[in-house]
Design a binder for this molecule. Structure first.
Ligand code: FAQ
Length: 330
């Protein structure tokens, strides 16, 4: 149950000469850097890929509220509580923009949520890890939001208009999230010995799961080639993972913390770090539903959906009444 299964369908990228006139015209618009809007013609695969990626992204924002929501009642000060509350609320907003962007492609939010709850759609693997201490909230902001921004900044240039515009707004807020996480890490790493140990422990547990957020290695990535041809994705998974490592290692050094990778080494020739790959078996197990918190996360989401049914019903009944009185008045 709730398995985030990896499909094996590899999409072969076709050459312009193998396309119909309509597909070729579409590809040429993409190549010219034009935005595709919801009412424009698009290949079925382009639509499906966007629904999959935007839907997964929306689900990630919503499920991603859970590990942090876990700490709202236990934040160490009123100020930290207010900041965390605002951040978790922002994530809900991001989910809503993204569901709206997906809806422009002809799928309803209810359908996407049903697929998630039935284990037929994914959300980011990272949210299947627990937040055990307050330092984990720092690590989530610093590393998880840091990885999210690394992936999302290029997505501002994605070819589908509504997704691209949602990303512009989301990135502004994510950058604040990343800073609040780093701020918590600075306090913890600069605190007493117990606090410093908590900060190191959070980095130890979140480092590799954060690297996994970028997806499998390029040779295992089934969608990258076609998604990049359509400019749904702008970079490969490995390119973004490398950029994230290069950006984050100096930040860890500034905190006086050690990245838990004995093979981490600056490579002068390539101008970036060499680093160890995450344990890909663990990643695929998490995707299959066997991560530390998969079951708990889905149970919480299904319960929230069921508990909220009366609110949705009341809103629909209100909308129907307003519509009926508007029609009667006409
Ligand atoms: N977790 O062929 P690829 C956030 C799946 S937002 C789970 O490489 P693709 C904000 C993939 O879906 C975080 N599944 O796939 C926040 C595919 O399976 P499918 C979310 C993963 O799509 C912060 C299969 O593996 N961000 O955190 C993962 O080309 C704090 C093969 O992979 C986005 O969604 C994974 N990590 O590349 C919120 C960004 N990686 O669908 C709260 C948009 C791969 O065939 C608190 N998405 N898979 O069954 C993307 O950029 C892409 O979809 C990738 C994956 C890069 C995630």
């Amino acid at each position: 149950m709730y398995a985030q299964m990896v499909k094996t369908d590899t999409t072969k990228v076709r050459d312009l000469s193998e396309m119909s006139a309509q597909e070729r015209a579409f590809q040429e618009r993409i190549d010219r850097g034009e935005k595709i809007e919801p009412t424009d013609w698009m290949p079925d695969g382009y639509r499906k890929t966007l629904i999959r990626q935007i839907g997964q992204h929306a689900h990630s924002e919503i499920v991603g509220q859970l590990p942090e929501g876990n700490w709202i009642t236990r934040a160490p000060t009123l100020e930290r509580k207010a900041i965390l509350l605002a951040k978790v609320q922002d994530e809900a907003g991001h989910g809503l923009y993204l569901y709206c962007a997906a809806e422009t492609l002809g799928v309803s939010r209810d359908e996407l949520i049903e697929l998630l709850h039935a284990g037929k759609m994914k959300y980011s693997s990272i949210f299947n890890y627990p937040t055990l201490t307050w330092a984990d909230i720092g690590a989530v902001g610093w590393l998880v939001d840091g990885a999210a921004i690394m992936n999302q900044v290029p997505l501002q240039r994605t070819s589908f208009g509504p997704y691209s515009r949602a990303m512009i707004r989301i990135c502004k807020e994510e950058s604040f999230h990343q800073r609040q996480g780093y701020d918590i890490m600075m306090k913890m790493a600069g605190g007493n010995e117990a606090q410093r140990r908590m900060a190191q422990d959070a980095l130890d547990r979140f480092w590799y799961p954060s690297l996994m957020m970028f997806g499998p290695s390029d040779k295992e990535s089934v969608h990258s080639a076609q998604s990049m041809a359509w400019k749904i994705k702008i970079n490969t998974n490995d390119e973004l993972r490398q950029k994230f490592v290069d950006q984050t290692v100096p930040q860890a050094q500034y905190l006086g913390l050690t990245v838990p990778d004995e093979h981490l080494k600056w490579n002068e020739d390539k101008g970036s770090y060499d680093f160890s790959e995450p344990d890909w078996n663990e990643f695929f197990e998490v995707l299959k539903g066997n991560g530390p918190c998969n079951r708990e996360r889905m149970e919480a989401r299904v319960k929230a959906w069921e508990d909220g049914e009366w609110v949705r019903d009341a809103l629909m009944a209100h909308a129907d009444k307003r519509e009926a009185s508007r029609t009667a008045a006409e």
